[in-house]
Design a protein around this ligand. Sequence first.
Ligand SMILES: [Zn+2]
Length: 344
Amino acid sequence: MKIFYSPAHLEHEPPQEFEQGRMAPAVEVPERVERVRAEAERRKIGALLPPRDFGMEPVSRVHDAGLVTFLSEASSLWRKRYGEGAPPAIPSAWPGRGMKNRFQGDVESRLGTYAFDTATPIVRGTWSASLAAANCALSAAEAIKSGERAAFALARPPGHHASADVFGGYCYLNNIAIAAQWCVDHGLKPAVLDVDYHHGNGTQSIFYGRDDVLFVSIHGDPSFAYPHFLGFADEHGEGRGEGANLNLPLPMYSAWDAYSWALDKAAKKIRAFGPDVLLVSLGLDSFEADPISKFKLRAEDYLRMGEAIAGLKLPTVFNFEGGYNLDALAAITVNVLEGFESAA
Ligand SMILES: [Zn+2]
């Protein structure tokens, strides 16, 4: 399969994030993509290609103009305020209930207005890396439109936690939502399957009121797992989108038996929707030794996952999302792709 990759992600390298009450070393690091790239080349999954530049139009089809403008200038505003050597931009205050969102405010108030957590720092290279990641997802969708059976957008930062006008969860632009919207705009009917350990709250919220994009997610129950405030089983979509959203939250320590049951339910839903194209939010943090996961999937389970996805018999875009065990990440990512290819 074609693999879309840009070195722009190397410049998005926040050293730290704030979580669990402390500054901690960042886990969403460039080495993630670089290791997967090396493994995909070693196992000959496909040719590595640069993404095409789609410009801002497909991004603006999904994201609020104010968020896009802010992301493009946040780092320079932050450095103007706190100095060229300032640490990454991280919000420290939010408009709580009874306060005002300040979309046109100073850099601190815009950070609090547009970000929903402290795990998503902005550095000098964040914006160009985010655009390149969106272009990788779009290039993968375009490859499908031109007749490819599968394509892999190997990029970071990930995207599935970013909504139309809020960023967070290591995500700035929602790459898979941008690709899904591009598919709609080019006459395709897309279904999104999110297998990241965390619920794809951003993707869900972008398409929640719509019936032209299906969103299905298998993830750690938000009663204990990030993003905490969305991803429950009773979220089915609203208005025209009623029934076009399926959440399959699983309990702590879920292993392949529970996971494959959920995959089966997801597949039934996707088949019933009758899409032309499948877009997979490929997060690998469901792995048993992932530092931030409470699932227990083993390395060989990812081959089965790839096979199950291939069983849907749909042209498929894989879009890289989470997964933080650097020693295992490359092997399990490529396991999904190899399982897919062997069964396709
Ligand atoms: Zn995740």
